[in-house]
Design a protein. Structure first.
Length: 306
């Protein structure tokens, strides 16, 4: 299978648009997902994330544009596209009388996927969902157990592409750590992960790139590292004695608060000019807080690109 799909991008989206009457849920979306990367697909509720994912899975038909999974048109060749994909929905709707094991087998058959039973067992152990729980009915499952089973069914065939909608929703911190470990393992094997999440600390930890939707439009596509560079660092300067001098700052540097013994600053770009200015002052200590992903993304959520 690898040789036949190696030349094709895991996901290629060309101008996808979805309208519901006068409402545009997704507008002219273009996106290419690289093989072996973990891409975070972000946006507030109603931004168009779930609509885009459903178009990829042929659960919705676009008003315009085209989407492909490993070169297979998601609408014209939906069965082939889905056979290469492991999908975790935001909420699993499944027959409540099925046991956990029947759910796993049913969904694998529905997508024409061959399950690696040994790998499934490994996933059960890592997510702490033993065989006795797989014998229980779906209706008896707690929210956390349903999420674990959903993850197992998405990963169990070891597909080359995983599409995960809010994968850690309902998982306790220990299971979240287990999930991150599974993600790291599949990425090392060259699998591609396309995941939506509202947890920015999670995105910052596991994703290589971020695609951010706002009101159905793609407003940001960048690596996590490059996004961090867009945000100012917080710098606090501590002095051994009172300093009456007011800081003379270069563009991109901003005063947050000044006291005789402590300066609080926001610094964009290089720290060199600030270091040069501080060289003649009685500096006791310097505290630098690296920018967080939230510092940049919240501006995009609220305002869009400047």
């Amino acid at each position: 299978m690898k040789s036949s799909i190696a030349a094709q991008s895991p996901i290629s989206i060309y101008g996808i648009t979805k309208r519901y009457g006068s409402l545009t849920a997704v507008s002219n979306l273009h996106l290419e997902v690289n093989e072996g990367e973990i891409l975070g697909f972000l946006g507030l509720n109603g931004a168009g994330k779930t609509t885009s994912i459903r178009i990829l899975l042929d659960l919705l038909r676009p008003t315009g544009g085209r989407a492909l999974i490993f070169g297979h048109d998601c609408q014209a060749e939906g069965l082939q596209a889905r056979s290469l994909t492991g999908y975790l929905p935001g909420e699993m709707g499944i027959y409540s009388d099925l046991t956990g094991r029947e759910v796993l087998d049913f969904l694998a058959g529905l997508n024409r996927q061959t399950v690696n039973k040994q790998y499934r067992q490994e996933l059960q152990e890592r997510l702490e969902l033993p065989d006795r729980d797989l014998r229980r009915k779906w209706r008896e499952y707690s929210t956390g157990m349903k999420r674990k089973l959903g993850l197992i069914q998405a990963f169990q065939a070891d597909p080359p592409l995983l599409i995960l909608d809010e994968p850690t929703e309902g998982l306790d911190p220990l299971m979240q750590e287990s999930f991150y470990g599974i993600l790291a393992d599949v990425q090392r094997r060259g699998r591609t992960v396309f995941m939506s999440s509202h947890v920015l600390s999670e995105v910052e930890r596991v994703c290589d790139r971020i695609a951010l939707l706002r009101k159905g439009e793609l407003v940001l596509l960048s690596t996590v590292e490059d996004i961090r560079k867009l945000a100012a660092r917080r710098v606090r300067v501590f002095f051994t004695e009172d300093v009456s001098l007011k800081p003379v700052l270069t563009p991109g540097h901003e005063v947050v608060e000044i006291t005789p013994r402590v300066w609080s600053l926001r610094v964009e770009g290089l720290l060199g000019p600030l270091m040069n200015m501080l060289a003649a002052l009685p500096v006791k200590d310097l505290e630098i807080e690296e920018p967080r992903l939230e510092d940049v993304l919240i501006k995009y959520y609220r305002e869009g690109p400047q």
